[in-house]
Design a protein around this ligand. Structure first.
Ligand code: ATP
Ligand code: LTN
Length: 333
């Protein structure tokens, strides 16, 4: 039975603190998946080097993200949790795949365009070839599905293109994976600018997983709703994007449908609604924050988790890498 399980893999960059977009989008669904799939979840630390990092800060963020993963319900006994840079095969496959990826297709990536506009003083080659490293992360483990938020769809698509191109030359070396994108929560918007997605790089509109309850309540109290005259809670993302975003957050955090939320706040203003969303998020995040703090106090345990994860991941990744090296004609040692 064990061998027939489908494989799932995903990763998050330790580029800042996790926010509720990362959580309510992809991460919240991962714990259910570990029961059904053979899951690999990793921390994409090499990817964060595309933007300048403060070394001590980065090391701290990696441990915090690992603790967050476990606190969110990723039991290391039931899935493989590891750190990207601990498995050298990721960088090794990335070099080979760089030679099977076209300049033109990388130039069309929206994340590259966005990030190079944002970091105009540091448009490095790593930022450009980011999707090739991501394709390597994925293809090494031959997954069936890659659960991510909507903004990563294009990266999974280019990974499929690279895999198909390689398979076209050398036979079925890579499984071609599917993106796996949740419907609700796939795109949580910023609380103070509901037209842009909540993003670590714009911390002002973010609610972080480790925020204190009073800060969370304050952030929701100040959240932008809408300037329309009809001040009622109704799901209408086009005309009421601020309210729709809060409904999305409330729906995921409290497990309610939009119709239920509309009924609950029928005849009430935005004040009561925003307070309720804040409360629901505080309650949802409380156990995660407490467990993360507990885990961070136990460095020896975290170390044992990422060491065991690296060993398991390296074994699988090594098999795929050896196959690729052989196919392209590198002499085995
Ligand atoms: P950055 O600002 O550095 O780009 P980010 O906040 O967008 O970071 P990532 O580390 O790029 O977060 O994303 C981690 C995962 O969370 C990805 O699967 C991504 O699709 C998802 N994600 C990021 N932001 C949101 C959001 N606002 N709503 C839903 N999912 C999101
Ligand atoms: N690019 C992703 C992080 C990431 C990833 C991956 C996700 C790196 N490698 C492989 C899924 C599979 C991001 O910025 N969220």
């Amino acid at each position: 039975m064990e061998e027939t399980k489908k494989v799932m893999l995903s990763g998050i960059q330790p580029s800042g603190q996790l926010h509720i977009g990362n959580y309510l989008g992809p991460l919240i669904h991962w714990p259910e998946m570990i029961e059904e799939f053979d899951c690999y979840f990793f921390l994409a630390d090499l990817h964060t080097l595309t933007v300048r990092q403060e070394p001590a800060e980065l090391r701290k963020r990696v441990l915090t993200l690992l603790a967050n993963y476990i606190a969110c319900g990723l039991d290391p006994e039931k899935c493989t949790l590891f750190i990207q840079s601990h498995v050298p095969a990721h960088s090794q496959l990335a070099w080979v795949l760089n030679c099977y990826t076209m300049f033109g297709e990388l130039s069309r990536m929206t994340q590259f365009k966005d990030k190079s506009a944002k970091h105009a003083d540091n448009i490095n080659a790593g930022l450009f070839t980011y999707p090739v490293l991501m394709a390597s992360d994925i293809l090494l483990y031959q997954p069936d599905y890659v659960p991510v938020g909507e903004d990563q769809r294009q990266h999974v698509e280019i990974c499929r293109d690279i895999a198909n191109r390689f398979n076209g030359v050398y036979g079925d070396v890579f499984k071609v994976p599917e993106p796996y994108i949740a419907k609700v929560g796939a795109r949580i918007m910023s609380l103070n600018a509901p037209e842009s997605k909540m993003s670590k790089s714009s911390p002002e509109g973010c609610v972080f997983l480790l925020d204190r309850p009073e800060d969370i309540l304050r952030k929701f109290k100040r959240a932008i709703t809408d300037s329309d005259t009809e001040r009622c809670v109704r799901y209408d993302p086009e005309h009421k994007p601020g309210v729709a975003n809060l409904m999305q957050i409330y729906g995921s955090a409290a497990g309610k449908t939009y119709a239920e939320i509309e009924r609950e706040f029928d005849g009430q203003g935005y004040g009561a609604f925003k307070a309720a969303v804040g409360e629901a998020v505080v309650e949802k995040l409380r156990p995660i924050r407490e467990e993360t703090e507990r885990l961070l106090a136990d460095k020896a345990y975290l170390e044992s988790v990422y060491r065991a994860g690296a060993e398991k991941a390296s074994y699988i990744a090594g098999k795929t890498l050896r196959k690729v090296y052989k196919k392209v004609g590198l002499l085995a040692k």
